[in-house]
Design a protein around this ligand. Structure first.
Ligand code: RIB
Length: 312
């Protein structure tokens, strides 16, 4: 698998920059259903699969498949071998992943006939992060390194504060959005990648333009990528706004489509691609992911994405 090195310029000289993704690792128990089960209903599923997932793991796999070197930190439980092996086989550095007593994080996912999903999340080991563990991991990183976060591990506020103190650049996918994020200082975030629902939860606005306007007013130095489902995505920074549509496909399973987008878009920034090209790459990668079953297994390799783009 091809790897691009990450570089930053310091005092006029190139030096290597490293990418850490501190995030969840989940076993996804996925049930195929005719429709989402409703309150009081007992519904027979017509298929069941176990996949590796977790927003953290999915994004690390997407980054690695996109050809970027990524170090994953996070916790697995006693039965977490599959999660560790999947990261290793996916080309992710696993030196900072630790095993703790108890169960790994897991989800119960219903996928309906239209490929839409409902996810019930059990945090498990992902919620056992300690300050000592955070300090131990961050000790391996330094000023100018990149940190990617989602909201499926505990102590996110502490991770953000310590990483910011070190001068790391922090990219946040505030997903799933919940009250724990209110403890986090979003003023320390360099880039937000979020969907329209999370955008509405952060800003209190529904319209994409309004969401972007409020985010710019609240966090003027942060870059924002807002994904809008079938309406594509919008990138915003201090100087510009870019829009990208979707590549329509037959939807089989939307699980990890957003994670694929996040990993691929971040990889494009790291590789120094233009924002327009990065959005295109990410949109194509996530269109391939929704055409396949599962979370991590649905994420395509960069070669496949680039080939598919050539065919458009
Ligand atoms: O974003 C998709 C992921 O969300 C799934 O893999 C599941 O584990 C949940 O964390």
């Amino acid at each position: 698998m091809r790897r691009d090195s990450l570089f930053r310029i310091e005092n006029g000289e190139e030096s290597s920059m490293r990418l850490l993704n501190f995030g969840s690792l989940n076993l996804d128990y996925v049930y195929s259903v005719d429709h989402m089960v409703t309150p009081g209903e007992t519904l027979a599923s017509y298929g069941m699969n176990t996949f590796c997932g977790g927003k953290g793991l999915n994004q690390s796999i997407a980054l690695a498949k996109a050809g970027v070197e990524v170090f994953h930190a996070g916790l697995i439980g006693e039965e977490g071998d599959l999660l560790l092996d999947t990261c290793k086989k996916g080309g992710v550095h696993v030196d900072y992943i630790r095993r703790v007593p108890g169960k790994s994080g897991h989800t119960i996912i219903q996928v309906d006939r239209n490929g839409q999903n409902c996810i019930l999340l059990y945090g498990g080991a992902n919620q056992s992060v300690t300050k000592e563990y955070v300090d131990e991991v961050l000790a391996h990183f330094e000023k100018g390194d990149l940190l990617l976060l989602q909201n499926e591990v505990n102590l996110l506020d502490y991770v953000i504060d310590r990483a910011y103190e070190k001068g790391m650049m922090i990219v946040l996918n505030p997903s799933p959005y919940n009250e724990k994020l209110e403890a986090c200082d979003f003023g320390k975030i360099s880039m937000f990648l979020l969907n329209e629902i999370e955008g509405a939860q952060v800003t209190g606005e529904e319209e994409p333009e309004k969401i972007l306007e409020i985010l710019k007013a609240m966090y003027p130095h942060a870059k924002v990528v807002l994904t809008l489902g079938k309406d594509g995505s919008i990138y915003q920074d201090q100087g510009k706004i870019c829009r990208q549509g979707i590549y329509p496909v037959k939807t089989v399973d939307t699980t990890a489509a957003g994670d694929t987008f996040t990993g691929y878009f971040l990889s494009s920034i790291i590789r120094g691609m233009s924002v327009e090209a990065g959005l295109r790459l990410a949109a194509k990668a996530s269109s391939i992911a929704v055409s396949r079953k599962g979370a991590a297994p649905s994420i395509p390799e960069r070669e496949e994405v680039e080939q598919a783009l050539k065919g458009d």
